[in-house]
Design a protein around this ligand. Structure first.
Ligand code: BGC
Length: 450
C-alpha cells in the first residue's frame, strides 16, 4: 500500500519547472482571450464595469445571487464610508430545477424575490411609483453585451438547463419578475468575481490597490481591472480607461497543453456535464477536490491495497463528497487521525486502520496542495499581465469561497508557489476576504448605471 500511495502522491506533485510552464501558458492564453473569443479558449469577458469603487458610494439596492446550490436575495445599503448593511434570505435551489427548463427556473427565482420584498420591503410593494434597481450576481460564464445583458456561454458546477444556453439570462429573469409585477429592474448582471473585486475595492481603506477579485469555492474564477485599449476584441463604446474583465479562468488550458492530467483527472472529467471544459477548475475548486480523493481511494480499493475489511462501502458512488471532506481531514492533528476516520466512515462507509487513515490524509494533502500551486500560477499570471507590481507598491487581491476561506493552508500554499514564481515580490501582495462580495458588489454595479 505505502509504495502505491507514495507513487500517487508523487503524481500530484507540481515541480518548479511545471509552475513556470503553467505561468507562461496562462499569460499567453489570457492575452489571446483578450484579442479574440474562441469556443475553447479563456473567455476573458469585458464586463462594461468601468468604475473602481471609492468607498463613498451610497444608497439601497437589491441583489440576487445565484452561485451554486443556493439562491440568495438581499437588500444592501451602502453607507458611503466603506461600510454597508445587508438584509438577506436564502433558499436551496432544488436539483430538478438545476437541470430542468429555463422558464421554471427563472420563475422560481422571481418568486423568491417576491417573497423577500413582501417580508422586508412592504413599503416597496405598496407604492406603485417605486422601482428597485437590482444587481444580479450570476456566477456562470456570460458573454456580456452591456452592463445588464449577456448570453450564457455554458453551464458549470453541475447546472445543466439546456434551453438557457445562448440566451440572454437577464431577459429571462426580467420577464418573470415583470410577470409578478414586482417593479424590480435588473440594472446589472454581475459575475461573483466582479462582485468580489468591487466589494473589496469599496471596503478597502488602506493604500494598497485592489486589482483582482477571485473565487475559490464550488467553482473558481477571477476578474481584474484591465486597460480598455488592451482588450483588442472589445468593440463597444467606452470612454473609460479601465474595465473589469471576467477571465473565466476555470477554462484555462481546456486543451490540456500544460495542466497536469492524472488518470484520476481523466476519470473525473468523464463524469461531468461540461466534459472537456473548465479543466483548470476541475483541478482547483471545491466541487472537485473531494471527488478526486474518491477516485484515488477507489483505485486503491479496487486493486486490493486499501480498505480490504470494508465490504459495504459506497466508494463507487460519484459526487458523494464535497470539499469539506478533504478540508476537515487536513485539520486532523490527532495521533490516531480520528477526524480522517470519521470522514471515511460518514462519506464512503469505510472502516479504516491507522495506516489507511495516514495514507488517505497524505492523498488529500497532495490533492489540496496541487490545487493551490496551480491556482498560484493563474494569480501570478494576472499580476504579470497587468504589470501591477511595477505600478503599485502593494497590490491587493480580494478572495471568497469555501476553499479560499476554510481549506487549511490553501492561501499559504498559493503564496509558497508565488514565491517560486515571483520571488520577494510575493510579499507586496495582500490577500483578503471580499466581504459579502456577491451582495455588495452587485449593489455597486447596479449603482454604476446611474
Ligand atoms: C463559473 C464562474 C464563477 C466561478 C465561481 C465557475 O464555474 O464559470 O463564472 O465565477 O465558478 O463561482
Amino acid at each position: 500500500m505505502q509504495a502505491a500511495v507514495d507513487k500517487i502522491v508523487d503524481e500530484f506533485a507540481v515541480s518548479d519547472e511545471k509552475l513556470f510552464e503553467l505561468l507562461d501558458a496562462f499569460q499567453k492564453q489570457a492575452t489571446e482571450g483578450l484579442q479574440k473569443s474562441t469556443e475553447r479558449g479563456m473567455p476573458m469577458i469585458p464586463t462594461y464595469m468601468t468604475k473602481v469603487p471609492k468607498g463613498t458610494e451610497k444608497g439601497t439596492y437589491l441583489a440576487a445571487d445565484l452561485g451554486g446550490t443556493n439562491f440568495r436575495v438581499c437588500s444592501v445599503t451602502l453607507d458611503g464610508n466603506h461600510g454597508h448593511n445587508l438584509v438577506q434570505e436564502k433558499w436551496p435551489v432544488p436539483h430538478d430545477l438545476q437541470v430542468g427548463s429555463s422558464k421554471e427556473f427563472f420563475k422560481f427565482l422571481a418568486k423568491k424575490v417576491q417573497d423577500f420584498l413582501c417580508k422586508h420591503h412592504e413599503e416597496h410593494m405598496e407604492r406603485s411609483d417605486s422601482e428597485f434597481r437590482m444587481g444580479f450576481t450570476f456566477s456562470f460564464p456570460v458573454d456580456q453585451h452591456s452592463t445588464n445583458s449577456g448570453t450564457l456561454l455554458r453551464w458549470t458546477k453541475g447546472f445543466d438547463i439546456k434551453d438557457a444556453v445562448g440566451k440572454d439570462v437577464t431577459e429571462l429573469f426580467q420577464q418573470e419578475l415583470d410577470a409578478l409585477d414586482l417593479k424590480v429592474h435588473i440594472a446589472a448582471i454581475v459575475n461573483d468575481t466582479v462582485g468580489a473585486l468591487m466589494a473589496r475595492s469599496y471596503h478597502n481603506d488602506n493604500p494598497s490597490q485592489t486589482i483582482v477579485g477571485c473565487i475559490f469555492g464550488t467553482g473558481t474564477n477571477a476578474a481584474y481591472f484591465e486597460k480598455v485599449k488592451r482588450i483588442g476584441k472589445f468593440k463597444g463604446k467606452c470612454d473609460a480607461k479601465i474595465m473589469a474583465v471576467n477571465t473565466e479562468w476555470g477554462s484555462f488550458d481546456n486543451d490540456l497543453t500544460v495542466l497536469p492530467n492524472t488518470r484520476f483527472d481523466v476519470a473525473l472529467n468523464k463524469l461531468t456535464a461540461n466534459r472537456d471544459f473548465h479543466m483548470f477548475e476541475k483541478r482547483v475548486s471545491g466541487m472537485f477536490l473531494g471527488e478526486l480523493l474518491r477516485q484515488v481511494l477507489l483505485e486503491l480499493n479496487s486493486s486490493g491495497l486499501m480498505f480490504k475489511g470494508s465490504e459495504s462501502h459506497i466508494l463507487t458512488e460519484p459526487w458523494g463528497t464535497d470539499t469539506s471532506v478533504p478540508s476537515i481531514m487536513e485539520t486532523d492533528t490527532s495521533d490516531d487521525l480520528t477526524l480522517v476516520g470519521e470522514q471515511l466512515q460518514q462519506h464512503f462507509g469505510l472502516d479504516s486502520t491507522l495506516d489507511e487513515r495516514r495514507a488517505t490524509l497524505a492523498i488529500a494533502h497532495a490533492i489540496g496542495t496541487r490545487a493551490a500551486y496551480i491556482a498560484a500560477t493563474a494569480v501570478c499570471g494576472l499580476l504579470k499581465l497587468t504589470e501591477a507590481l511595477d505600478i503599485f507598491d502593494s497590490v491587493d487581491i480580494g478572495g471568497d469561497g469555501s476553499v479560499f476561506e476554510f481549506y487549511p493552508n490553501f492561501v499559504q500554499n498559493i503564496r509558497k508557489a508565488m514565491r517560486v514564481l515571483i520571488g520577494d515580490d510575493e510579499q507586496r501582495v495582500t490577500f483578503g476576504l471580499a466581504k459579502d462580495g456577491s451582495g455588495v458588489g452587485a449593489a455597486l454595479c447596479a449603482l454604476e448605471q446611474e
